[in-house]
Design a protein around this ligand. Structure first.
Ligand code: GLC
Length: 536
């Protein structure tokens, strides 16, 4: 193999920063207050300027929007509010001209109750698509078949009187779970994958990738125990039989085989929402036969704490198979923005977090708006649109809507997102204070800080491909080497930190005024400050 062949064989996503777009909230071109695919096309120049190499779009398929696109009514079309199949083609083409790939979201765990399959399934026990879903008789005592609870709260079983059985919904009752033991369901999804891959979609983010297949005997889940993750304790039970089954790996392997038949190879990114790193790494399989990237929730759900976060990264690095590749994300449309959740909206710490995500070994994800330092938007209950937020408001401030508010492009009425007259589908955040236009020409802005880090990563072999090695550092700080010549030094504490054994030139800094500074073997970091130092 020549060097050139080897470069050509290197998957593109190892070298690129990926960007998540919540399509309803990115850019609205028809003045209905809802973002659309033509809006994303119009902003491709911006994304190219930012330096990203791929976009993950939350679901764009037709949906009654009980769960905002995560209840799919047709897997091979586009929701009319968001655009058309031709718009998707134009998006793929326009993005490719700018070196950007388009990744879709696929929701294989469940469909909408408005999907043709489910509508048919309700017509009788012998219906053609009845067995596409998980149906069960009442338990002996007459209630639901077992004790499973929905991720969104309440019983996971819905009674269907006309046919005298329950159907399973791990999420809303409008999201019936598919039965992945059924070979026909598998074959349907093989075709759905090919449909989009043939249109030039570069890959999929797989919704609840760990949940697809259920225990065949529908055994009861066990109660959560003291040692379990806080979130599991709140939920009440260990999700060991209604998800996280070993057989899910067969499905992911099957999908990986399909991806590998395409050139360039298509990518699979899993929403592997598991709380233990030992479980997380399993979704990489041997490193080459399952997911290409598996989201690391133990990392994303933690606080930004030098000791704890470092420990999660250290353990992740130790556990991940040598041929697999990490992925780092701290914000998304469910868990909220890292700036708010992990940094309590402290902008200095927020930039340190951005530096961390963009300099660890692995593929970084940036959630739309994070590049300008948008925090979660505070909303009143009457402003919420997310069914989960409406159920839990008060327990979880803002629900999931606070991180789904429109992209803040400018200080004009409509925020550059929509027209000045339109009512946006979710309220705006503080767009006069935080927006792209105001930051674009300011060299010290959050936006230019993010962009310069992305550029540095693109230019630096160490940051793209070099190994990760933790170095000794003062309390409250975190210093690691990438490759041979690059050191990332992050001070997460409120004290000045003096970092030793660091020599070279500052190439990136979370605060202005330090670029090109020489570090002669040690460097003082201000509280909540981070730098990238390159030896030569
Ligand atoms: C995933 C999605 C979330 C959705 C859920 C059910 O967790 O990210 O938004 O509500 O699956 O589809």
């Amino acid at each position: 193999m020549t060097n050139k062949d080897r470069d050509a064989a290197r998957p593109w996503w190892l070298d690129e920063v990926l960007y998540q777009i919540y399509p309803r909230s990115f850019a609205d071109t028809n003045g209905d207050g809802v973002g659309d695919i033509p809006g994303i096309i119009e902003r491709l120049d911006y994304l190219q300027w930012l330096g990203i190499g791929g976009i993950w779009l939350n679901p764009v398929m037709p949906s009654p929007n009980a769960d905002w696109g995560y209840d799919v009514a047709d897997y091979c079309d586009v929701h009319p509010e968001l655009g058309t199949l031709e718009d998707v083609d134009r998006l793929v083409e326009g993005a490719a001209e700018r070196g950007i790939r388009i990744i879709f979201d696929i929701v294989p765990n469940h469909t909408s109750d408005q999907h043709g399959w489910f509508k048919d399934a309700l017509t009788g026990r012998d219906a053609r698509y009845r067995d596409y879903y998980v149906w069960a008789d009442p338990s002996e005592s007459g209630g639901p078949p077992n004790n499973w609870i929905s991720v969104f709260g309440g019983n996971a079983w819905e009674w269907h009187e006309p046919t005298g059985q329950y159907y399973l919904h791990n999420f809303l009752d409008a999201q019936p779970d598919l039965d992945w033991w059924n070979e026909d369901v598998r074959a349907e999804f093989d075709d759905i994958l090919s449909f989009w891959f043939d249109r030039g979609i570069a890959g999929f983010r797989i919704d609840v990738a760990h949940a697809l297949i259920k225990d065949r005997a529908l055994r009861d889940n066990l109660p959560a125990a003291d040692e379990d993750h806080e979130r599991l304790k709140q939920h009440g039970q260990r999700q060991i039989y209604n998800m996280n089954r070993p057989e899910v790996h067969d499905i992911l392997k099957r999908w990986r085989k399909i991806c590998d038949t395409y050139d360039p190879q298509r990518i699979l990114i899993g929403e592997t929402f598991v709380y233990e790193l030992e479980r997380w790494v399993e979704y990489y399989g041997t490193g080459t036969d399952e997911l290409n990237l598996a989201f690391n929730f133990p990392f994303a759900l933690g606080q930004l704490d030098a000791e704890q976060t470092k420990e999660v990264v250290r353990a992740s690095e130790e556990l991940i198979p040598p041929d697999a590749w990490p992925v780092w994300m701290v914000s998304n449309h469910d868990i909220g923005r890292g700036l708010t959740r992990m940094c309590q909206n402290d902008p200095d710490l927020g930039r340190v977090l951005m530096m961390l995500v963009l300099t660890l070994r692995g593929t970084p994800f940036v959630y739309y708006g994070d590049e300008i330092g948008m925090p979660d938007t505070k909303l009143r209950r009457d402003q919420l649109r997310d069914p989960v937020g409406l159920r839990t408001f008060g327990e979880v401030a803002n629900g999931r809507d606070g991180c789904r508010t429109p992209m803040q492009w400018s200080a004009q009425p409509g925020a550059g997102f929509t027209t000045s007259e339109a009512e946006p589908w979710l309220p705006f955040g503080e767009y006069s204070a935080v927006n792209v236009e105001a930051q674009r020409d300011d060299p010290d802005s959050w936006l230019n800080f993010t962009r310069s880090l992305i550029q540095l990563r693109r230019e630096s072999e160490d940051l793209r491909a070099g190994g990760y090695q933790e170095m000794d550092s003062p309390d409250g700080s975190w210093v690691f080497r990438r490759g041979d010549n690059t050191v990332v030094a992050l001070n997460l504490s409120d004290e000045i930190a003096t970092v030793e054994e660091i020599e070279g030139t500052v190439r990136a800094s979370t605060t202005g005024g330090r670029i090109d500074e020489h570090a002669p073997g040690r460097i003082d970091l201000q509280p909540r400050q981070g730098v990238v130092v390159v030896a030569r």
